[in-house]
Design a protein around this ligand. Structure first.
Ligand code: PLP
Length: 259
């Protein structure tokens, strides 16, 4: 079966206010020319300010969904965001291996919400690093997540080396939540100097920026764009979405991902 749009398999949490998670994925994938196949890893109780609760979808249910969908549809890329529980990770790894095709996998390691809530426990982080990282084409941590994933490393470059050695082929560390007049994102890979991208810092922080970037990147890779172009265009799309941010509640604004 052929599709006029590349399919992007998205595994993410559900955020009822539509800023982050699967809602962000579906919009960003569509806006970048793909079609999202959407599997929900967790339900959340949250508003535009903070996450109050994460309820995992049972790993066996996720396994059944993956088996059913992937027997029918062939994705051109995978985007993974929030994971509900560590037991989901081997299920996802097995389902992707069973595809028997090499497709790009973008992992946004969602560890902590902008509002402060912890979104991944130690068991999930360990399973992510040992089982999922070797499958990852691009890891997109924010700077705080990179520090948490490689706490023993002293510099940004050392942290990136640790994550590359754990199997991720590319690391795009985002600086939206760091201080500074500009947002600096850095692309690390083996055998090349780090590439810095600088964007004007907007006057506020947003809810769902990281999900938007990772889903746009997965879609651009699904379309066959080369890595440098996909990384640049996904950031450009995210910046444009943040400039068009929507107010849907009393907390942070959410990216305006659709025209
Ligand atoms: N909820 C879900 C389902 C998410 O995937 C994320 C982050 O990826 C968040 C909440 C937190 O998003 P933010 O830190 O942008 O507020």
């Amino acid at each position: 079966m052929t599709s006029s749009k590349p399919l992007v398999l998205c595994l993410s949490g559900h955020d009822p206010v539509g800023g982050a998670g699967i809602h962000a994925d579906i919009e960003a994938v569509a806006a970048n020319g793909g079609h999202a196949i959407s599997l929900i890893t967790a339900l959340t109780v949250q508003d535009t300010a903070q996450v109050q609760r994460v309820q995992s979808v049972p790993a066996v249910l996720l396994a059944q969904q993956l088996q059913t969908v992937l027997a029918d549809c062939t994705p051109a890329a995978v985007k993974i965001g929030l994971l509900g529980e560590a037991a989901q990770i081997p299920v996802i790894v097995e389902a992707i291996a069973a595809l028997q095709i090499q497709i790009p996998l973008v992992l946004d390691p969602v560890l902590r919400a902008g509002g402060g809530a912890t979104l991944a426990g130690t068991q999930t982080i360990v399973a992510m690093q040992t089982q999922l990282f070797p499958c990852v084409t691009v890891l997109t941590p924010n700077a705080a997540e990179a520090r948490r994933l490689a706490p023993q490393a002293g510099t940004d470059a050392d942290r990136a080396q640790v994550l590359l050695r754990q199997g991720c082929r590319n690391i795009l560390v985002t600086g939206g939540d760091e201080a500074g007049a500009e947002v600096c994102n850095i692309w690390y890979r083996d055998g090349a100097a780090p590439q810095h991208y600088r964007w004007p810092r907007l006057a506020e922080t947003f809810h769902g920026a990281g999900c938007t970037l990772a889903a746009a990147l997965a879609t651009r890779l699904a379309r066959g764009e080369a890595m440098p172009e996909a990384i640049l265009q996904a950031q450009r799309y995210t910046q444009t979405s943040l400039q068009a941010a929507l107010s849907v509640g009393r907390g942070r604004r959410i990216p305006g991902r659709l025209p």
